[in-house]
Design a protein. Sequence first.
Length: 487
Amino acid sequence: MTDSLSRRKFLKASGIALGSTTLPVTPLIAEAATAKALASNPPEATRILANWLVESEWRDVPEQARYEAVRSIFNWVGCCLGGARHQTTDRAIAALAEFSGKPEASVLGRTERLDILHGALLNGITSHVLDYDDTHLDTIIHPAGPVASAILALGERLGTSGEDFMHAFILGVETECRIGLAVYPSHYERGFHITGTAGVFGAAAAAGKLLGLNEQQMIWALGIAATQSAGLKEMFGTMCKAFHPGSAGQNGLKAALLASKDYTSSNGALEAQEGFMFTYSDEQDFTQVTDELGRRWEVEKNTYKPFSCGIVTHPIIDGCIQLRNEHGLSAEDIEKVSLRVNPLVLKLTGKKTPQTGLEAKFSIFYISAAAIIKGVAGPNQFTDEAVREPQVVMLRDRVEAVADEAVSEEEAFVSIVLRDGTVLDRHVEHAIGSVQRPLTKEQLELKFADQAQSALPLSQVEEVMALCWQVEGLTDVGEVARAARAV
C-alpha cells in the first residue's frame, strides 16, 4: 500500500505515534512499518500446505497433470543416465561411497548401489550435471531432480507402487514450485539457486507422502527441510551446481524420515518472521502457497530442454540454428554475431572465455558460436575439448551481446552479419521446448536414447524407456531403478 492513508493505518497498527509532536514519517519508515505489520500476522501457510499434502488423494489429480508428470519422470531418468559417467559423478562416488550404509538404492546408469540418502544425492547430481533436465519456466526451478531422486530411492526400498510414486511426485513438484513462486524473483536475484533452496521442500513433501506422515509430521518435515534449504548461484559453472538438486533430494528425504519419528521443528517454517520466506526473500506472496490447492497444478507447466545448457540461452540457440540451417552458414562466412537479450542472460551466462565444459554452459558467446558451427547444442558440445576447438573460439570472439529490459526472458533477437555485408535477422519469441512449443513424445525419446547410450546398451535403454512410459501402472517402481542399473 502506497497512499498516505494506508501508511498511517499501518503505522498506527505498528505502534508508531502520529502527530505534530513526532518526527516526520519518511516513506522508508512507512514501508518498513507496513512490512512489519504484514509479517506480524501472515497466514498459516505451512499448516495449510501440510494439511493439503496429507489429505490429497490420487483421484483428485487431473489427467493432464498425470500426463505431464509421466513425461517429467521419463525425461528425468534419461538425464540421470546421461550424467551417470560424468566426472562430477565419478568424483562424488569416489568421495562418498565408502561411507554409504545398506545398499538399497540404485545409482541409475552405474553398477553401484548405495543407502537411500546417498542414492538420492547421486541421482540428483546425475540428473542435473548436463543441464539437460526439466524446467518450470515461471520460477526456473528444475522440478524433477530433487523430488524424483528422493522418492525413487525411498520407493525402491519400500516397494512403492507406480501410482503412489506418481502421486507423491506430483505433490512434491507442486510444493517446490508454489514455494518458489512465493519468493520469486527476489529470492533468485539475491543469489540463491532456487532448485536447491525450494527443491528441498518438494523432496520432503513427496517423501513424507510416501511415508504416510500425518499433518503434524508433515509440518515438521517442511520445517526440517526449511532449515536445510541451500544453493548459491555463485556455484554455476562448477560441479556444485549439480550438487544442489542432489543435496535437496537427500535433505528432503532426511527431513521426512526424521519427521516420521516425530523429530520436531517449527510449526511456521514458511511464514514465521525468521522463517524461510522472510529470511530468504525481500518479497513474499503467501497466496502462491495456499490458494487454489488441488485446482491448479504446476507440473502441467513443466518443460523439457532440447539443448544441454541453461534455459535462458535457448531462444538464442534456437535462432542461431534456424539461421545456420536456412542459409547453410559456416564460421568462415560470418563477420559478426549480434545478440539482443534479456538482462538475465548476461547476468547468468556472461562468461566470455570459458575454459571447461561446465563453464561453457554459462557463456552465451561460446553457446552461440557452437550452435552456428555444429547445428546442435547437446552434451557433446559441452566437453572440455569442444570448448577449446579453434574454429569455435574464433567465432566466439566475434559474438557480441546487448542486454535490453524490453526483451522478455522467453525471447531473443539474433543478427548475423556475413563477410559480404549481408545481414540475417531472427526474432525467437518462444524457443523449442517451451510450453508454447513443447517437445513431442518422439523428440523426448530421441533425447533419452542419445543420452542413455553413454551408460547402457541400446536394448537395455529401450527396456527402461518402456518402463518409464508405463510407470503409473507398475506394482513396484523399483523396477525402473533396477532396469536402469549398469551390469
